[in-house]
Design a protein. Structure first.
Length: 400
């Protein structure tokens, strides 16, 4: 089934519905791509994880699900999709939904995961013929760490990983009180009572790993306080990992952990950890990427597009006002980031001003046939005028 059709239908439905160091494979390079001539080594700045949490929420946290089998195609649906002429669309019947355990009757998941405004795209998993999805919201309605897939051939949403730790958004106020308390402020008796409730939640739901990072205290090690994915959500088909490269875990976690358990010293963050996480479809667990070499420094939504170009290789290219401007080739199997200097080393900021280099709020896709990346969308670096940009590996050039 054509990938393009799966993405088009899945995204329409989405909008309408409102390391443990496992063995890593590097995959085979694409036969048509040779970006080596355009590449230079970059300095290393992978960053450290420092997570925090915000809630336990109703309903109670669900246990991780076993790895779900891929749904089987429904012949009638597949026949209708295959009969579509180019440039045409269709309405699918009411979607089938398999929500996580404990959420069967919850309005949040009546039509699947619903649209998450922290995440603008889905990640196609060719081995499952499905589009994977994860992400949170700006508090409307939730901040969850669940994982879903949409299978077009059966018109089915199913949860692969139930939300753990609850809805982090509903304990924001309590977390802020604790932060004030740690900073030495005096709180009222009512506020102190709220902090003790937060302490209880933290002890029940948060674990400190020996490697020096925090996660939800469950077998799947769900991320705490999931943050922006924007357009970085992607899939490593070689290692079967849903990648959330810039989860931006919040920076108050170790102090909270020290306070929650009355520890004499603040736990030390582990070395060579990153803010990059992935969900492993084989182990049904969230893990941290580690030992990244040459990773670009990024803040907030500085990295807005990670584009799969074959095997375990991905391209990151974005101009951003916070200093995250750059273009890199990332091998998710080896953890090596290599800087690409396109257009004969021209200033990427100048290319962005001319509309030739990607800005935030856009999406890119790689064409193995043309060995090129097409990037479309508006930008906020200079203006919000919609643009299309093309990068060819053969010439190492971006053009508007």
């Amino acid at each position: 089934m054509p990938t393009q059709r799966l993405f088009a239908a899945a995204l329409l439905l989405l909008g309408a519905s409102s390391c443990d160091s496992n063995e890593v494979h590097t995959g085979e390079p694409d036969s048509g791509s040779d970006s080596g001539r355009a590449i230079e080594d970059a300095g290393s700045d992978a960053g450290l994880i420092d997570a925090s949490a915000e809630d336990g929420g109703a309903p109670d946290a669900a246990s991780p699900l076993p790895v779900a089998p891929t749904p089987e195609d429904v012949p009638d649906i597949v026949a209708q999709i295959n009969a579509l002429a180019p440039g045409h669309a269709m309405y699918l019947p009411t979607v089938t939904v398999h929500p996580p355990a404990g959420y069967e009757d919850h309005d949040w998941f009546r039509y699947g995961p619903g649209g998450r405004d922290f995440c603008n795209q889905m990640a196609y998993a060719p081995d499952r013929q499905s589009a994977l999805y994860a992400g949170a919201n700006h508090g409307s309605p939730h901040r969850l760490n669940d994982v879903w897939e949409y299978h077009l051939g059966s018109n089915t949403w199913q949860a692969l990983y139930g939300p753990t730790g609850g809805n982090f958004n509903s304990r924001v106020a309590q977390k802020r009180l604790v932060q004030r308390l740690i900073a030495g402020e005096e709180l009222t008796d009512a506020e102190l009572s709220e902090t003790e409730e937060y302490r209880t939640w933290w002890r029940d739901n948060v674990m400190l790993h020996p490697e020096g990072y925090l996660s939800v205290n469950d077998p799947g090690h769900g991320p705490l306080e999931p943050w922006h994915t924007w357009d970085t959500l992607n899939y490593d088909p070689v290692n079967r990992r849903l990648m959330w490269p810039f989860a931006a875990a919040q920076p108050f976690g170790m102090s909270l952990h020290q306070w929650a358990w009355d520890l004499p010293e603040r736990p030390t963050r582990g070395e060579n950890l990153t803010k990059m996480v992935y969900f492993d479809l084989d182990s049904n667990r969230w893990e941290l990427y580690r030992d990244q070499v040459g990773a670009p420094p990024v803040e907030s939504n500085a990295a807005l597009s990670i584009i799969h170009v074959g095997g375990t290789r991905f391209v990151y290219a974005t101009a951003h006002w916070r200093g995250g401007t750059g273009m890199f080739l990332w091998d998710a199997g080896t953890g090596v980031w290599t800087r690409i200097r396109p257009n004969d080393g021209a200033s990427l900021e100048s290319l962005a001003e001319d509309g030739a280099f990607p800005q935030p709020d856009g999406l890119g896709e790689y064409s193995p046939t043309h060995d090129a990346i097409l990037y479309v969308g508006q930008g906020v670096y200079i203006s919000r005028a919609p643009r299309a940009r093309l990068y060819r590996f053969e010439t190492n050039e971006w053009t508007a």
